[in-house]
Design a protein around this ligand. Structure first.
Ligand code: PMP
Length: 435
């Protein structure tokens, strides 16, 4: 069935999942894909094109996941595919420098004021882990400060939850993370500047880095309140702490150059991934020469990668970013996501369902709540079981949402007004029938 209105059952996905579970942990290669947050069987994808993903049963869905962010042009943009094919014919990996790495670095840095140098890695996890190492190397301090509900990849020191009091040290949020490592991470409440001020008063001169998602997308979509990021900038400057913006999700997604350009706040280091690889594995961290020249081989902070700067990945990233740099690109995405967020709120209101929605650039999110969500506690207090039902109802109506209420949604240039209307129609129908 090639229709976004109704989807048939998914026996092939069931079969594929049973088979995968025998050999892949939990049947998947990244936990959220297993549908733990919404229940049911993960849908196996056969292919994706433009605004659509197609499952192994032949159902078609309008995609609001976009591979969790990279697919900003839609899936399989012909120019990106052609660039990848061309690059592949001249070699899949060199393990030696090639000029396309410089070209992509130049383009990225041209969008980030105050950033002179960049290092490519392969994932967002590596980017943040490495930026923190630079901050520690530069400051000779150990502590870092992160925010509850922000996700920065799966490095040990970042899988940490708040300890019993705000100024106490963090505790592991994953088995296998040593308590000693977690104790080097302090955890504060997102959007709570006064808490951060209190922490800085006590420990400010021992904090190497503050790492933050400048617009949060990993506790659902949560925007920073006015003054929050500015306050972090001020405190970091006062205390000689390195401010790291984790723009793995927001970079080149919410604006050309990302959230820092949008809010006009300059972090000391920026972490990127997702869009800059156009769907292939690329991450990067970058900043001013005074910090980045700490990294090997220029300086004493070690970091390396066999496939870093891979030519095929660079070709995908470069072509993607060139297309994103077209005038009006982000304005058009923003118009669409803003319209969608407003229409979803209207649908909630019409159905008498508490629903808040918000958006920026090509990123948006909803919560089943009657108040805007500002931090992780708020996000956890939203209606999870209702989201799970909504998710499945949308899936059955041919709309592919992230299978968790704690994830942002992503729009692409390939989404048309008609797609958006179909999403709104499916949501209206879902909310009505679920009432
Ligand atoms: N930081 C942020 C803000 C992210 O959203 C993610 C992934 N969703 C990461 C870091 C980790 O990136 P990766 O999955 O590429 O390691």
């Amino acid at each position: 069935m090639a229709n976004a209105v109704a989807v048939s059952t998914r026996p092939q996905s069931e079969k594929a999942f049973q088979r995968a579970r025998q050999v892949l942990v939990g049947g998947v290669n990244s936990p959220v894909r297993a549908f733990g947050g919404v229940g049911g069987t993960p849908v196996f994808v056969q292919r994706a094109e433009g605004a659509y993903v197609y499952d192994v049963d032949g159902n078609r869905y309008i995609d609001l996941v976009g591979s969790w962010g990279p697919a900003i042009l839609g899936h399989g943009h012909p120019d990106v595919v052609a660039a990848v094919q061309k690059a592949a014919t001249t070699g899949l990996s060199f393990g030696a420098p090639s000029t396309i790495e410089t070209e992509l670095a130049e383009l990225i840095l041209s969008a980030l004021p105050g950033h002179d140098r960049l290092r490519f890695v392969s994932t967002g996890t590596e980017a943040v882990m490495s930026a923190i190492r630079v901050a520690r190397g530069a400051t000779n301090r150990s502590l870092i400060l992160k925010f509850a509900g922000n996700y920065h990849g799966h490095a040990d020191g970042l899988l940490v939850a708040a300890g019993s009091g705000a100024i106490t040290h963090g505790v592991p949020s994953s088995a296998g993370v040593p308590a000693e490592v977690a104790s080097q991470t302090l955890v504060a409440r997102y959007n709570d500047l006064s808490e951060v001020e209190g922490i800085f008063q006590v420990r400010g001169d021992s904090i190497a880095a503050v790492v933050v998602e400048p617009i949060a997308g990993n506790m659902g979509y949560v925007a920073p309140v006015a003054g929050f990021l500015e306050g972090l900038r001020r405190l970091c400057t006062q205390h000689g702490t390195v401010l790291i913006f984790d723009e793995v999700m927001t970079g080149f997604r919410v604006a050309w150059g990302g959230a820092q350009r949008r809010f006009n706040i300059q972090p000391d280091l920026t972490c990127l991934a997702k869009v800059i690889g156009g769907g292939l594995p690329v991450g990067a961290y970058c900043g001013p020469a005074r910090l980045m020249d700490m990294v090997s081989p220029s300086g004493p902070v070690y970091q390396a990668g066999t496939l870093s700067g891979n030519p095929v990945c660079m070709a995908a990233g470069l072509t993607t970013l060139k297309l994103c740099s077209a005038s009006g690109f982000y304005e058009s995405l923003e118009t669409k996501s803003c319209w969608l967020a407003q229409e979803l709120m209207a649908a909630g209101k019409h159905a008498g369902v508490p629903l808040v929605a918000d958006s920026v650039g090509g990123m948006l999110g909803i919560f089943f709540a009657d108040q805007p969500v500002g931090d992780f506690d708020d996000a956890c207090a939203t209606d999870g079981p209702y989201f799970a039902r909504f998710f499945h109802s949308m899936l059955d109506r041919g709309i592919w949402l992230p299978p968790s209420r704690f994830e942002a949604w992503f729009l692409s240039a390939a989404h048309t007004e008609e797609h958006l209307q179909r999403i709104v129609d499916a949501a209206t129908d879902s909310l009505r029938t679920m009432a």
